[in-house]
Every structure is written in C-alpha cells, then in structure tokens.
Design a protein around this ligand. Sequence first.
Ligand code: FAD
Length: 125
Amino acid sequence: EVNSGGAVTKEDLGRATWTFLHTLAAQYPENPTRQQKRDVKDLMSIMTRLYPCKACAEHFKEVLKAYPVKADSGVELAQWMCQVHNVVNRSLGKSQFPCQRVDARWGELHCDEGACDLEGRLLYR
Ligand code: FAD
C-alpha cells in the first residue's frame, strides 16, 4: 500500500520506480529506434547516479555491470527488466517473479483516448 500522506519510504519509492520501469518496458516498441535504445541505456546509467536511495543506486550499478541492458526489442527489454528486478529481489530475500508472466502483470496501461500511446497513433486531445 502506498502511503496517503506522510513520508515516502524506500519501499514506496521502490514500488513506484518498478511500476515506472516495467510499464516503460511493456510499452517500449518491438522495433525501437537507435535513439530509443540509447535512451533506455542512459536512463539506467542515470539511475545509478540519481536514484534517491544511495545504497540502492550503488547496488543497481553492480547489477547493471553483471547484466548489461538489453533493449533491442520490447520483449527483450521486458525480460531483461524482470531479470534485474529478480536479482534485486534475491538480494533482499524476496521471492522470484516468473518472467513469463511480465506481460500479464505489466502489459496493460490504461489511459483515456490513447493518451499513453508511445507510438503516437492517437494524439492526446
Ligand atoms: P517490489 O519489489 O517493489 O515489486 C513491485 C511489484 O512488482 C510486485 O508486487 C510484483 O507484482 C512485481 N514484481 C516483482 N518482481 C518482479 C519482477 N522480477 N519482474 C516484474 N515484476 C515484478 N531496496 C532495498 O532495500 N535495497 C536495495 O538495494 C534496493 N535496490 C533497488 C534498486 C532499484 C533499481 C529499485 C527500483 C528498487 C530497489 N529497492 C531496494 C526497493 C525494492 O526493490 C522494493 O521495491 C521494495 O522493497 C518494495 O518491495 P515490494 O515487495 O513491495 O515489491
């Protein structure tokens, strides 16, 4: 449960960030442009410097070294994100998430009128 008011905990921050990252991966195109591939890699590097939990950021930097970003397709990025989240889960003593279920967990993004369509087929009005 996310707090309604009050301090944001490391756990709140983590859940919100994983929601962002898995949703981004689920919406990432099957045929990304060079710019999109570069952006994902940059975003992950920036996380290792700016994620507002210093120990988490440093740990994530090591995780990225062992598991370099794979972003050549949507499926590849979603699976890679699941894998690195599982590495973090393991280090925290949490259970492993079955990566064949990532699409069922994160694939649906609800916005009105296609407002969250990355490909921009439907423009926000
Ligand atoms: P979370 O791990 O936040 O997961 C949220 C939801 O995602 C789960 O309920 C589940 O439905 C789904 N999920 C779980 N695993 C997967 C997966 N592999 N693939 C897809 N979906 C999945 N906390 C620390 O204490 N120390 C750290 O070093 C640390 N490093 C972190 C690094 C990063 C980059 C991030 C984003 C978070 C980090 N955290 C760290 C926070 C930690 O990962 C959790 O977010 C936090 O402990 C809350 O855990 P949770 O059990 O609520 O579920």
